[in-house]
Ligand binder design. Structure first.
Ligand SMILES: *Cc1c(COP(=O)(O)O)cnc(C)c1O
Length: 408
């Protein structure tokens, strides 16, 4: 290999790839000095919610404990009947899927576009049934789905759309609208490795006030704050965010546009550098849309590169580039949770309520999902990546393509 020195890239798992500084510290100091660390009495979480709804443009914001809590609260606000189905993707974080089962609903998996890993209006339409209660759209790696078309399909079926924007802060659809503003509810994660981080944390944005009220109730153990006759009138959890998290989140939001711009600039530089390599396809973005590059996912054609994405990934690892072949190793329905139906005790509930068709995971129903997972190679990415890092990566990818090492 041409490169003896392992390359050094910033990582979002430590300070090298994150942007925490005096702004976060000043707000944290304010919170500590106030002595109010809980969001019910504090003012910083309210300020964070206001700033988030302003920046993300999707209505009423509720800060929550995690991205998983965001998706769970969104589904709980829709209050599905046990056994109803929620259409989703097999290529996502399990935190986007487990809440469906917790609310007694059944994940009905839609196939994805093999070029992007995203669900489409066609694959969502094929997954709808008379028991569909909602559709979840996940903008994979920050590459926006054709959400307008999906919302149209869902609306014709009379069901709402939840946008899982955990990987897609400030992504925009082809018409220029921010992701999260197409559907009825949008969910975000503030976990360590996401585009804006507080270590753990999340956010729900609901378009209408009534949905936001139900989300807020769910996050607050169903206690009716502000009501003249408060009570616990339904089943709910404590998914509240803290004032400390909101202090960091508020400072991170102010830095987000610059951080996303940096991600895009570095990604565009890499795409320009590797776009002509045979058998390598840079991220496929719809013309006019904005990919916010949580990760940089390229496709490797195994007919051109022997061993495909795993071999190229191993060659890059040899050069010090931590590339992940396949992202998640398999579609969600091949995880033990689905194959063993290990849920509540030995009950297998709510799988026991499902239509058999909703549990049909035959591979031929998901050609796009398998093709995408076979070909994708995911490069870590963050706001500290520059054109220089893109050049290092382009050179490593060029080396790996010319002199592959066998996959281990
Ligand atoms: C990270 C992520 C989640 C879960 O968020 P956590 O904060 O880790 O709970 C849900 N959906 C998607 C698409 C994610 O990337």
């Amino acid at each position: 290999m041409g490169n003896a020195e392992p390359v050094r890239l910033p990582s979002d798992q430590d300070a090298s790839g994150r942007s925490f500084g005096d702004e976060e510290l000043a707000l944290l100091r304010e919170v500590l000095d106030s002595g109010v660390l809980g969001s019910i009495r504090g003012s910083v979480t309210k300020a964070f919610e206001a700033a988030a709804s302003e920046l993300l443009g999707a209505g009423h914001a509720v800060a929550v404990a995690s991205g998983t809590a965001a998706v769970h609260s969104a589904i709980a606000a829709l209050d599905p009947e046990p056994g109803e189905e929620i259409v989703t993707t097999g290529i996502t974080d399990i935190g986007g899927i487990a809440p469906i089962l917790y609310q007694g609903a059944i994940p009905a998996f839609a196939d994805v576009d093999p070029r992007t890993g995203n669900v489409t209006a066609e694959t969502v339409a094929a997954a709808l049934s008379e028991r569909t209660r909602a559709v979840i759209v996940t903008h994979l790696f920050g590459n926006p789905c054709d959400t307008a078309a999906i919302v149209e399909v869902a609306a014709a079926h009379g069901v709402p759309v939840i946008e899982d924007c955990a990987q897609a802060l400030l992504s925009r659809g082809a018409d220029g609208a921010l992701v999260g503003t197409y559907g009825d509810i949008a969910c975000y994660s503030l976990q360590q490795g996401k585009q804006a981080s507080t270590g753990e944390g999340g956010l729900v944005l609901a378009r209408d006030e009534e949905t936001a009220r139900r989300v807020r109730l769910y996050v607050n153990k169903a206690w009716e704050y502000g009501s003249p006759d408060p009570d616990h009138r339904s089943l709910a959890l404590n998914y509240r965010f803290t004032e400390l998290g909101s202090a960091v989140a508020l400072a991170q939001l102010a830095k987000l546009p610059a951080g996303i711009a940096a991600r895009i600039a570095a990604a565009d530089a890499l795409t320009a550098a590797i776009g002509d390599l045979p058998g390598i396809t840079p991220p496929v973005v719809t013309p006019g849309a904005t990919h916010s590059y949580w990760r940089y996912a390229l496709l490797v054609d195994p007919a051109v590169h022997e061993g495909g994405s795993p071999t190229l990934g191993a060659s890059l690892a040899d050069l010090g580039v931590p590339a992940a072949a396949r992202y998640i190793k398999k579609p969600a329905w091949r995880c033990g949770l689905f194959t063993e139906q290990k849920t509540f005790g030995t009950s297998r509930w709510p799988f026991t309520l499902a239509r058999p068709e909703a549990l049909d995971y035959a591979a031929e129903r998901f050609p796009g999902t398998f093709e995408y997972l076979d070909r994708v190679l995911v490069l870590p990415w963050n706001e500290r990546y520059t054109a220089e890092h893109a050049a290092i990566l382009a050179s490593a990818i060029g080396d790996a393509v010319r002199e592959p090492v066998p996959a281990r």
